[in-house]
Design a protein around this ligand. Structure first.
Ligand code: EPZ
Length: 419
């Protein structure tokens, strides 16, 4: 299993190109199941989850082609999908496989998708996905670890999400576009990845109103056609590199990003004393604060502070003067990184969903273990500022969501290698 070896203490300087958003590319790839025409997706990030989704679509006998390797563009054609099934072997490595449920059901009237296991950060059930599909007329049974859904043709309905769910909104939206009649989805997620999916669906001929609001109104159509769509930049990768620049006292230029998608994170970092400037046309500049100061963060659904940035912020807070309070409200167990960063010398007290970080504390390199995608990013950030050497185990977690992060970091001066 790959490990990272990081020798900390270097200021990061230079330019980083931000990749396409994994969490926008995954639902977009699944949406290609809705039509027999080719769908071309550009600005695809080279991350493991994307490869898994491509394998899953190929398993369903979709044609999945890319002009380059590693793929930054996919053309997916679901013309002869003879297998409407997402098997456990593939789903267990990537929960987002559940995003094929809605499109398969809407297009073929049948889907059999393995229940995604929980994961390190929480149980992550899909009960709301199932409730919503049943409201659209699907007969659903859950047995032997699989969700089996059938429906001759989905019928439009009004559904209010009892809890805001990102992939839940995406799953139901991709089902409703081919349902008969009107579907109104209330309390929908507002994440930019949901909006990006809606814009792709509209390019494919779907009729959706209220995009970017919590009430989506869909007029079902009988079929959709192909489209070409560029995936939005990854707002979490952007935030991660902003913290990398801040925590190392560096000076970074981030290109091909969309600052509007992480305003809450930008404001919080500025509150900590980080200098951030929008330089126009998708470029952000981040410079070390004179002195980092503590700040409090509560994670919230978009447009609030993203839960996917909580671990990265915690790493920064260990270097800020004062006491920072972090409250995680989305997932029930998203502090695994805290105990690992404590082993490097951080002063963190976790009590339920509240973490109290007292800084600044010098961090010293240590062997640590990654537990989930964003926790591993925070361990890398801590390693960049720790003295001597940090070894990070199980970096396959980080490969799921960051495109060759060690190459991007080395290009701006970090001493990091994959061993
Ligand atoms: C998406 O996960 C993202 N993944 C996550 O990113 C992200 O952390 C999360 O949204 C929150 O922003 C993708 O988009 C592929 P939710 P998702 O459904 O959709 C509960 C990463 O790092 N819930 O919005 O699975 C759930 O348990 C990943 O790339 C139910 O109870 O998250 C959680 O507490 C990690 N029943 C809350 O809602 C349901 O049916 C929000 O979950 C669905 C969700």
């Amino acid at each position: 299993m790959d490990r990272f070896k990081i020798q900390g203490g270097r200021r990061l300087e230079g330019t980083v190109r931000i990749s396409g958003a994994k969490n926008a590319a995954l639902p977009a790839m699944a949406a290609a199941l809705l039509t027999s025409d080719p769908v071309t997706l550009q600005n695809i990030p080279h991350v493991r989850d994307i490869i898994t989704m491509a394998k899953l679509l190929a398993h369903m006998r979709c044609r999945v082609e890319s002009p380059d390797l590693p793929p930054s563009e996919f053309t997916i054609q679901a013309e002869t999908v003879s297998l409407q099934e997402a098997p456990y072997e593939l789903v267990k490595t990537m929960r987002a496989s559940v995003l094929t449920l809605g499109p398969l059901l809407a297009r073929f009237g049948y889907a059999r998708v393995s229940l995604p296991g929980g994961c390190a950060i929480g149980a992550r059930p899909i009960d709301i996905h199932i409730q919503a599909l049943e409201r659209l007329g699907a007969q659903i049974s859950v047995e032997h670890g699989y969700v089996e859904a059938r429906c001759k043709r989905l019928r439009g309905a009004t559904f209010r999400f009892p809890k805001i769910t990102v992939t839940g909104t995406e799953n139901i939206l991709t089902a409703a576009v081919l349902a008969e009649g009107e579907t109104i989805l209330e309390n929908s997620a507002l994440e930019p990845e949901v909006t990006d999916l809606a814009e792709l669906l509209i390019k494919m001929g779907a009729k959706i109103e209220g995009v970017g609001t919590s009430t989506l109104r869909v007029q079902g159509v009988s079929s959709l056609h192909g489209a070409t769509h560029a995936i939005i930049p990854d707002r979490i990768e952007t935030g991660t590199f902003l913290v990398a620049g801040a925590i190392t006292g560096g000076d970074l230029l981030l290109t091909d990003c969309e600052p509007q998608h992480l305003v809450a994170v930008l404001n919080k970092l500025k509150e900590c004393g980080v200098e951030i400037k929008c330089e126009g046309n998708g470029t952000l500049r981040v410079r070390a604060a004179k002195k980092l100061v503590a700040a409090d963060v509560t994670t919230e659904e978009y447009p609030g502070f993203a839960t996917d940035m909580q671990a990265q912020f915690m790493a920064l807070a260990t270097q800020a003067t004062g006491i920072s309070h972090v409250r995680e409200t989305i997932f029930e167990n998203r502090y695994m990184h805290a105990s690992e960063i404590m082993r490097m010398g951080a002063n963190i007290a976790v009590d339920g969903n509240l973490a109290v970080i007292t800084g600044p504390t010098p961090l010293s390199g240590a062997p640590v273990t990654a537990s989930d995608l964003r926790a591993s990013a925070s361990l890398v950030l801590a390693g960049l500022v720790a003295d001597n050497t940090t070894w990070i185990d199980r970096v396959y977690h980080i490969d799921r969501g960051y495109e060759r992060i060690e190459d991007k970091l080395r290009a701006i001066g970090a001493r990091i290698e994959r061993v």
